[in-house]
Design a protein around this ligand. Structure first.
Ligand code: SAM
Length: 487
């Protein structure tokens, strides 16, 4: 045990093994061998060893707490929670079990309960930097960003080397648009723990969003050196290579991601965007959901402050000019995302509903408290199932995730009341009908939209070419269209 405490893990392990050879039912040796297995990155073995110890003596809170930690490492959050509860039943004022229970609750999405558990831990032990860091993460996830920063700050005052705190603070700073401070916090996290793969990945994502693709590539290569089998890290590396316009290497990296378990349909879609396979009619829904789930936290800041996104404003101006906002009506925000259109639409909406594929984007929209209903569904499936007619359908920067727009037009017509408006933006292409771009978004032509409008009983009230936003510093030209349903 002295060797273990000193960090001499292999010598400690040899001695625990010797004890167990002589006395297979030695509680301490089983328990601590399990702790050691966890430290060595073998959580399943740890679970097995600690459970054997607990079978001999179930009355030690520390063993239940360590079992909980091993179960968490093994991804078994609900079982971990049960272990922490058992530890706390034996010893209610146990700060580590309270803080760890907070972690399990947070991973299970029970954020308010997690926060209460962190607070209980801190009531017992106010100078507990790890509990403060994890409390910060829970506060961030609850959208309480100022309090989150304060919790990370207190944690770092107690332990200026706590990598998790720097990383947590970086995520919060990034979502607040404080990118320079976020970058510094990621660097601090990496300095505190150079083997922190998650910090490398998040730092790389920040660089990618700010257009430093080479910096992003370097970060993702660091993450991959630490976790060579991480599908996510391969995907990030592929995205950086794609942005660097190195399509051959990007395609190889997407294939590496698939070999490590990335979703095959999503990889096939990325390869199609690189021109390596035929483009499908639309992206797989799980690709869209994963893309925007990852993006949700930073979406508003990135789109508005970096990409100068203005599709919602352009659509509202076009509708206003046509007098389409004169009377309040039932409004549907298709692919509502974080709800950037919500504040613009609300004054004209009798009811306002939003639909989106990404649960995390919807979570952000929910926080705005502007929508009467938010549904997690595919746009077309939602429209096909909706009973109540509506007067305005809006799709801002959403149809770029559809190639063939026939199903959208057909479903939109079914839901719109006569005379109702269908307002949307697309990225513009000059010839043909539509095509998938290397960015993974589709572009559509004016003639295609006009033909679809005619085929589905819409009048084109306006269709103007406008700059929708920037991408990599370049203007993205789009079409801003308002159609009216003909009776
Ligand atoms: C670029 S964001 C635009 C969000 C919002 N309309 C805005 O203007 O801020 C595109 C959104 O469309 C959603 N989306 C893409 N394809 C979808 C589909 N088939 N069904 C539902 N939502 C979809 C994405 O999840 C994402 O939130």
């Amino acid at each position: 045990m002295a060797l273990h405490q000193r960090g001499d893990l292999s010598q400690a392990e040899a001695l625990y093994a010797e004890v167990l050879r002589r006395e297979p039912d030695n509680f301490d040796a089983l328990h601590l061998m399990g702790v050691l297995a966890r430290q060595g990155g073998a959580p399943e073995a740890a679970v097995e060893l600690i459970a054997r110890a607990i079978a001999l003596d179930a009355g030690k809170a520390i063993a239940h707490c360590n079992l909980g930690a091993a179960l968490q490492d093994a991804g078994r959050q609900a079982d971990a929670l049960a272990s922490y509860e058992r530890a706390l039943a034996l010893q209610p004022a146990y700060p580590m079990a309270l803080a760890n229970r907070g972690n399990a609750l947070r991973k299970l999405g029970r954020l308010d309960d997690a926060l209460a558990s962190y607070d209980a831990a801190l009531a017992q032990q106010p100078a507990y930097p790890e509990a403060l860091a994890n409390r910060g993460i829970a506060l961030h996830l609850l959208g309480r960003r100022a309090e989150a920063l304060e919790s990370f700050g207190r944690s770092l005052t107690l332990n200026p080397n706590l990598a998790e705190s720097y990383c947590g603070a970086a995520v919060t700073l990034q979502s607040l648009g404080r990118s320079d401070e976020a970058a510094e916090a990621y660097r601090n996290a990496i300095e505190a723990r150079p083997s922190y793969a998650e910090a490398w990945t998040s730092y790389g994502t920040l660089m990618q969003r700010s257009g430093d693709y080479q910096g992003a590539l370097d970060c993702h290569q660091h993450a991959l050196a630490l976790q060579p089998d991480s599908a996510q890290a391969h995907l990030h590396r592929a995205n950086a290579l794609r942005a660097l316009e190195r399509p051959g290497e990007a395609a190889a990296a997407y294939r590496d991601a698939q070999a490590c378990g990335a979703d095959a349909a999503s990889v096939a879609y990325q390869l199609a965007a690189l021109g390596e396979a035929e483009a499908p009619a639309m992206p797989p829904p799980q690709y869209v959901a994963a893309l925007f789930d990852q993006y949700a936290d930073d979406f508003d800041n990135h789109l508005q402050n970096v990409l100068q996104y203005r599709a919602p404003q352009l659509l509202l101006a076009a509708l206003d000019e046509l007098g389409a906002l004169a009377a309040k009506t039932d409004v549907l925000d298709l692919g509502c995302g974080t709800g950037l259109c919500g504040p613009l639409l609300r004054p004209y909406a009798r009811t306002l509903a939003g639909v989106d594929l990404s649960p995390q984007m919807l979570e952000q929209a929910r926080r705005r408290a502007l929508y009467d209903e938010l549904a997690c569904a595919d746009v077309v499936e939602y429209l096909q199932a909706r009973e109540a007619p509506c007067g305005l359908l809006l799709a801002a920067d959403v149809l770029v995730y559809f190639g063939d727009l026939q199903p959208v037009f057909r479903a939109a017509r079914r839901v719109l009341a006569a005379g109702g408006a269908f307002a949307f933006t697309v990225e513009a292409q000059q010839s043909g009908d539509y095509g998938l771009r290397p960015t993974g978004r589709y572009a559509h032509s004016r003639s295609y939209l006009e033909a679809l409008a005619q085929a589905h009983g819409f009048e084109v009230r306006s269709m103007t070419e406008q700059v929708l936003r920037k991408d990599d510093g370049r203007d993205i030209a789009g079409l801003v269209a308002v159609l009216a349903k003909l009776s």
